[in-house]
Design a protein around this ligand. Structure first.
Ligand SMILES: [Zn+2]
Length: 274
């Protein structure tokens, strides 16, 4: 475990340069054991064009909000943490829409026999509230986040998204999390300065890219649209290109966190993918 502030930039940068090469050469890697999709909330949004500028203006859209729990041998990694569990008891309405939670993350973890303290790594696609709402539930897990994201979210003029004095490993690019090519963090900035995606290999399911908010729903991905709140259009388009190349190279599936129709067609915990 490394604490924020320690100098790890060099080693991470060195690893980053070879990560995809390593993943590519280990195409026959055993992969992870299990991937559970957990229901981390829903957003009944009032105007879809917030994400698709000029398209479907004023039209509401229902968005899923998933978390993904991955077992790798005796290790567990949680990808994104969703809306805060408190939303389950008290829906939150904002000018964007209404956030609800049918189940807590804590209950879903418990249902599959996992305690928060069992989770070695919590990795977040980015620091928006619907992705980091339960980071505080895992005070002993190492948080895997891009340095650019941490610096942006914890800028002095902003309200911190969670307590920053916790175990954090700040990344500067890609990371082969377990060193065997089965789980690779892919730097995909644009939605936020340090947005990242996750490339996962499952023995039966194959390769999957968990794309966070790189695109919010399939129509935006298909049309390569840039959401209105994104911090960089140029980076967004470059990240779309990178994800598309990865999908082609790995023959991977693209799992879009907030795409509700896709989510409804998937298995959710306690069922799992392997
Ligand atoms: Zn977001």
């Amino acid at each position: 475990m490394r604490l924020r502030g320690l100098s790890i930039a060099l080693s991470v940068a060195a690893i980053a340069a070879t990560d995809l090469f390593v993943a590519g050469t280990l195409a026959q890697t055993k992969g992870v054991d299990r991937l559970y999709i957990m229901d981390c909330g829903q957003n009944a949004a009032l105007d879809q064009s917030r994400w698709s500028p000029g398209v479907n203006v004023g039209k509401p859209i229902e968005l899923s909000d998933n978390c993904y729990l991955i077992r790798h041998g005796s290790d567990w990694l949680l990808w994104d943490t969703g809306y805060p569990d408190a939303v389950a008891g008290k829906p939150v309405t904002t000018p964007v829409g209404t956030a609800t939670r049918a189940k807590t993350l804590a209950a879903q973890l418990s249902e599959v026999g996992v305690k928060p303290s069992d989770i070695r790594f919590v990795a977040v696609s980015h620091t928006h509230g619907d992705h980091v709402g339960n980071v505080a539930m895992f005070p002993d897990s190492t948080l895997l986040i891009q340095k650019a994201e941490f610096d942006w979210a914890f800028a002095p003029d902003k309200k911190p998204p969670f307590r920053g004095d916790r175990p954090v490993r700040e990344l500067e690019g890609d990371l082969d999390v377990f060193g065997d090519g089965s789980v690779t963090i892919i730097s995909t900035p644009g939605h936020t300065p340090g947005h990242q995606s996750l490339l996962v290999h499952l023995p039966k399911t194959g390769w999957v890219v968990l794309s966070g908010d790189a695109a919010h729903f399939k129509d935006n991905w298909d049309n390569r649209r840039v959401a209105s709140m994104n911090t960089s259009a140029e980076q967004t388009l470059a990240s779309y290109k990178r994800i598309a190349e990865l999908l082609a190279e790995k023959q991977a599936q693209l799992w879009i966190n907030h795409d509700k129709p896709q989510s409804l067609g998937q298995k959710h915990a306690p069922e799992f993918y392997d």
